[in-house]
Design a protein around this ligand. Structure first.
Ligand SMILES: Cc1cc2nc3c(=O)[nH]c(=O)nc-3n(C[C@H](O)[C@H](O)[C@H](O)COP(=O)(O)OP(=O)(O)OC[C@H]3O[C@@H](n4cnc5c(N)ncnc54)[C@H](O)[C@@H]3O)c2cc1C
Length: 382
């Protein structure tokens, strides 16, 4: 196979996994990461369903901070449903990014930290429209404070939710974001993840061990106020003194209705840069790995990238979007009733037996078993 030059902006899971797969296939891969240390700063809780991950990457044991067997979904009225989880792990997210980097470097990818993608343009030479042209990328070496010009066959934007590549390619669209705010702090717990969905957004307490947890919220508006309220509820008024670490970042909302595309010529967006985030739980690590696989396959086999990733997770992302749209219209009373409905044995069993990354596998089954859920589903449209 002819070796092509690939420039990747961003060394998170999407960029790192794309780099690994492409370098393994013999491509000449260059990864540009704007920060000096890969994986930092962290903006993630690190909850991941192990199945998708383990099919793709061997994770060293020391990167698994905790294993969790149960989650509680707690309604605003404090009633809850407890759901068994199949293979959920809590990872050391910075270590995870560095691990993928190591794997990609072993496969031959070259990494450049402190290098920020600035912009690109299509070269004049080449034929067949944008798809036949080389790409000239401007990358800023932050240490030398100078712009480097890189010529490449493909550019992958794996540069996260505020993707400069997406902006430069005119693919940013009218995307919307949740604000994710999180701290690590001492919280005595029983090693169960607590999720608190409500009108304000979603809040969580995710144990690292019996004494320390990652405590956070994601909300579309008034996130700081909601966060302060939640921290006070979890840790008391003097919560500030207990904070061990802080992690925060925007979470893009997948919405195909906004017409944001993920490809233009030989420029491909992957992961958060392409808004590949499952809306109800706001997780995107597994999705960025699936997106990276599609990007690598599209480049090496010269096939349609958007068709590939949509086939693998488009329906799941779409159903997740409908769930979020419904949830955004829920009142606290709706959440109370929803938790009550899920607490029924027959519904819980469906929830427990399927991967939450793949609502396409359980949504219909759930609706058939519990037609009352249609009343909630209706909120996605009306
Ligand atoms: C508070 C919070 C909690 C979350 N919890 C979870 C969770 O528990 N489970 C889960 O699955 N997902 C979670 N997510 C989402 C998850 O973090 C993302 O979906 C995931 O990181 C996407 O990976 P990525 O590689 O696409 O982007 P990122 O991880 O954002 O990586 C992008 C990389 O690009 C770099 N970069 C940015 N701009 C440039 C540029 N111009 N040039 C060069 N480099 C650049 C960044 O420094 C970064 O290293 C959470 C998000 C937040 C904010």
């Amino acid at each position: 196979m002819e070796s092509k030059k690939i420039a990747i902006a961003g060394a998170g899971p999407a960029g790192g996994f794309s780099a690994y797969l492409l370098a393994k296939s013999g491509m000449d891969v260059h990864v540009f990461e704007e920060h000096g240390t890969i994986g930092e700063p962290v903006a993630c809780t690190g909850v991941i369903t192990g199945d998708v991950l383990s099919q793709r990457l061997q994770l060293p044991r020391e990167l698994i901070v905790n294993r969790i067997a149960k989650a509680r979904i707690i309604a605003p009225n404090k009633e809850f449903v407890e759901v068994r989880l199949k293979n959920d792990i809590i990872i050391d997210r910075a270590g995870f990014d560095r691990h993928i980097t190591g794997v990609a470097q072993d496969a031959g990818a070259k990494y450049f930290t402190n290098h920020r993608f600035e912009s690109f343009e299509y070269a004049n030479s080449g034929s067949g429209g944008k798809s036949g042209k080389k790409i000239m990328v401007d990358v800023k070496d932050k240490i030398k404070n100078e712009i480097r010009k890189i010529e490449t066959d493909y550019l992958i934007g794996a540069d996260g939710p505020i993707s400069a590549v997406a902006k430069s390619a005119g693919l940013f669209g009218n995307r919307q974001f949740y604000v994710g705010l999180q701290v690590t702090m001492p919280v005595e717990n029983d090693n169960v993840i607590d999720f608190y969905p409500s009108e304000e957004g979603i809040a969580w307490v995710v144990p690292e061990n019996e004494k320390v947890a990652r405590v956070g919220i994601a909300a579309k508006k008034e996130a700081n106020q909601y966060f302060r309220w939640f921290l006070t509820a979890v840790a008391g008024k003097d919560y500030e003194k207990k904070i061990i670490g802080r992690q925060a970042g925007p979470i893009p909302l997948y919405d195909p209705g906004l017409k944001s595309k993920t490809k233009d010529g030989r420029v491909l967006l992957v992961g958060d840069a392409a808004t590949m985030v499952k809306a109800p739980t706001l997780g995107g690590i597994n999705q960025s790995l699936i997106g990276a696989e599609a990007a690598a396959e599209a480049i090496t086999k010269n096939t349609d990238y958007e068709k590939l990733w949509k086939k693998r997770m488009g329906m799941d992302l779409y159903l997740s979007l409908l769930m979020r749209k419904a949830m955004e219209r829920f009142s606290n009373e709706d959440y109370n009733r929803l938790v009550e409905t899920f607490a029924k044995e027959k519904n819980r069993t469906v929830l427990e037996s399927y991967d939450r990354d793949q609502p396409s596998r359980f949504a219909l089954k759930l609706l058939m078993r519990e037609p009352k859920l249609l009343l909630f589903a209706k909120k996605a449209w009306f």
